[in-house]
Design a binder for this molecule. Structure first.
Ligand code: PXG
Length: 290
């Protein structure tokens, strides 16, 4: 495997960063997770844009232009001969001293890893997932804004551990007011009476790229989509529920906190959206080999 670090390609065994990198010492950095389908990088520009928005929010200067990052990302896929897979694009604050002041870090590092993806078992997509709400509250937007895709994922990891402890794969995270925010690496949607609902970003949801894609697909299918604050009650009484994310794609949810959602099977509109999403992934994206 060839890994891009600051303009050079390294083999897996020699691809290393400093123990003084503030990405490691403090989680000071940002990242993107991007999918490759059918020889194309899906929604690459949207991911690069979000990376720059995250960078702006934490006053991190990405030492490459958008165009150069796009080129390097596609080239990393090509060097690894991938037609399907997963890209992890990381920008760390760089090497500094043991103090947390980012001023000691002179050169941010850019890392691009392109690999095969591990997805949830296919059976789970057919059956639907069970999820639970967990005690760990989503970060406040006035503290660490969940819109920043930072290298510090402890908030989400704590929630994931709580879901694991409860014997399920995913956690619903509420915000400090008790409204639904999102899951640990996915946005959450419900469908009620033919209308689509997803929490607003102000409730603590990432501006998910799959979330936006699904909103666009739902609009194109003539469905009404809105972004109100949602409570657990709204989830329990939904007709359908699903999660969206680059990794998970669209995952139907059939049980939340022991309450069966709809008829306990992936919903009809959810299945229709899954179909449309897969259609899109096959034919759109930045070509790797042309
Ligand atoms: N919320 C959070 C907290 C996320 O981390 C999403 C929502 C969905 O966003 P996108 O833009 O992907 O639709 C994410 C995305 C991983 C991994 O390796 C995590 C994500 C994406 C891809 C891989 O755990 N998180």
């Amino acid at each position: 495997m060839k890994i891009f670090i600051d303009g050079k390609y390294f083999d897996e065994r020699t691809a290393k960063v400093s123990v003084f990198d503030h990405g490691l010492l403090y989680g000071d950095g940002i990242f993107e997770g991007i999918r490759i389908y059918n020889g194309r990088v899906f929604k690459l520009r949207e991911h690069i844009d979000r990376l720059f928005y995250s960078a702006k929010a934490i006053l991190l200067e990405i030492p490459m232009t958008r165009a150069a990052l796009i080129k390097a990302t596609v080239e990393t896929c090509r060097k690894n001969k991938l037609r399907a897979g997963y890209i992890r694009l990381i920008v760390t604050r760089g090497r500094g001293t043991l103090g947390l002041n980012p001023r000691s870090c002179k050169n941010p590092s850019v890392i691009i890893i392109a690999d095969k993806i591990q997805v949830y078992p296919q059976g789970l997509y057919a059956r639907g997932m069970e999820i639970v709400t967990v005690p760990t509250v989503r970060n406040l937007h006035s503290a660490v804004n969940p819109a920043i895709k930072s290298l510090n994922y402890l908030n989400n990891i704590l929630a994931k551990i709580e879901a694991n402890n409860a014997g399920v794969e995913e956690a619903v995270m509420l915000n400090a007011e008790g409204f639904v925010a999102e899951c640990t690496a996915d946005n959450l949607f419900i469908i009620k009476n033919g209308e689509v609902f997803t929490p607003p970003n102000s409730a603590g949801a990432l501006y998910g790229i799959t979330r936006q894609t699904v909103i666009d697909l739902a609009h194109a299918a003539g469905l009404k989509v809105s972004e109100p604050n949602l409570t657990r009650y709204d989830l329990f009484n939904a007709d359908e529920c699903f999660l969206t994310g680059t990794g998970a794609e669209i995952m139907p949810v059939v049980k939340i906190d022991g309450r069966v959602i709809g008829n306990g099977k992936p919903g009809k509109l959810t299945r229709a959206l899954v179909e449309k999403y897969h259609g899109l992934t096959k034919v759109t994206g930045e070509p790797i080999y042309s």
